[in-house]
Write a protein that binds this ligand. Structure first.
Ligand SMILES: *Cc1c(COP(=O)(O)O)cnc(C)c1O
Length: 356
């Protein structure tokens, strides 16, 4: 035992391994992807009067963190084929106030980062919401290394988990330094540095508004072991994703997720699309039917502009972002995870084929 309970040597080892795996210079462990995204925006100096572009179809936290900074989230619609930002619509949303875009690699499929960068003025920062994208890549470049700063989640729904937890990645040393202090109450040096330094009895300086977003060393130890299995997990999921692609091909009303050759898909979730025009029943009835057969499904995620808080605060209508509305109403994640047996996968396929 190291004797450390909160951020200490296990967290440091986890950060080092995570940075190496994702080919970045700096990785900072935090308490969740949500706090990591907040830290990233705060570290970039985003505040009142600033605008941050976010996709309308994503987990609510992607937009919430913009509000934590008292900045304005500007929604952009998604492409229902990729479930990611529709890059063709980005340029029309950029104003002088735009400080950043949060590029979500939804379900582990990377945003076309080259097209996104090309659509933005150089001054606009790209924050990757890589919550679902540990181990994913775009043209061989890992998620988390594609933008100015990347943020991962280790929630149990993601590919690798520490119970709760997150990781912030960047190649920018100045940004890493600011975020390192901000995650630890704004302290100029960490407890570990202080305890190992020459005068451990002196408290550090606090020159920034900080937070307590430190990961515990217990979680760091779990994260290290989980990370060592990441590529095995993804390869196995990719194998079963291929199985689903083939096995579900002749169900005319069900579209399987699009995987681009430029992207190594992390398969955090296998999200299908139920074509309302040809499906024998509405999506929710299909989900009920599958639940009765013992198969758990979920909508892919939600359209944030249709959630009560956003709808009321910003006076939004479902049809404002038709792609997000469509994904909200018609996506269906079917089971894909590392504890499923071959029989389980065949059973899911059979049940889907039997929907009438
Ligand atoms: C899960 C998720 C989050 C939130 O992650 P937490 O670690 O639970 O805070 C944010 N964005 C996306 C796209 C997610 O899927």
């Amino acid at each position: 035992m190291s004797g450390w309970l909160t951020q200490g040597p296990k967290v440091a080892a986890f950060e080092k391994a995570f940075a190496e795996r994702h080919q970045v210079k700096h990785a900072l462990a935090v308490t969740s992807c949500t706090t990591g995204l907040h830290l990233a925006l705060a570290g970039l100096g985003i505040g009142p009067g600033d605008e941050v572009i976010v996709p309308a179809f994503t987990w609510v936290a992607t937009a919430n963190v913009v509000l934590y900074c008292n900045a304005t989230p500007v929604f952009v619609d998604v492409d229902p084929k990729t479930y990611n930002l529709d890059i063709a619509q980005i340029a029309s949303k950029v104003t002088e106030k735009t400080k950043a875009v949060i590029a979500v690699h939804l379900f582990g499929r990377c945003v076309d980062i080259d097209a996104l960068r090309a659509a933005l003025p150089a001054r606009v920062k790209i924050v990757e919401d890589a919550a679902c994208a540990a181990g994913s890549d775009w043209k061989g470049r890992p998620a988390g290394s594609l933008g100015d700063v990347g943020v991962f989640s280790f929630h149990p729904r993601k590919s690798v988990t520490t119970g709760e937890g997150g990781m912030v990645t960047t190649n920018d040393p100045a940004l890493a330094e600011v975020m390192d202090q901000m995650r630890n109450h704004g302290a100029s040096i960490s407890e570990e540095q202080r305890h190992r330094g020459p005068r451990p009895y002196l408290l550090p300086d606090f020159n920034l508004l900080g937070y307590n977003y430190r990961m515990t060393d217990l979680q760091g130890a779990v994260g290290l072991v989980q990370l060592s299995k990441l590529d095995k997990f993804i390869d196995e999921r990719a194998r079963w994703a291929d199985f689903y692609h083939d096995a579900l091909r002749d169900i005319p009303w069900l579209r399987t997720p699009n995987s681009d050759n430029s992207c190594r898909h992390g398969w955090q979730a296998y999200v299908t699309y139920v074509d309302a025009k040809t499906a024998p029943r509405p999506r929710n009835d299909i989900m009920q039917y599958l639940m009765d057969a013992g198969i758990a499904t979920r909508p892919g995620t939600h359209a944030v502009h249709m959630l009560g808080y956003y709808r009321d605060r910003f006076n939004l209508k479902p049809e404002d972002f038709p792609g997000a509305q469509d994904c909200n109403d018609n996506t269906m994640a079917i089971p894909l995870h590392n504890r499923m047996t071959e029989e389980d996968y065949h059973y899911v396929v059979q049940a889907l084929k039997a929907v009438a």
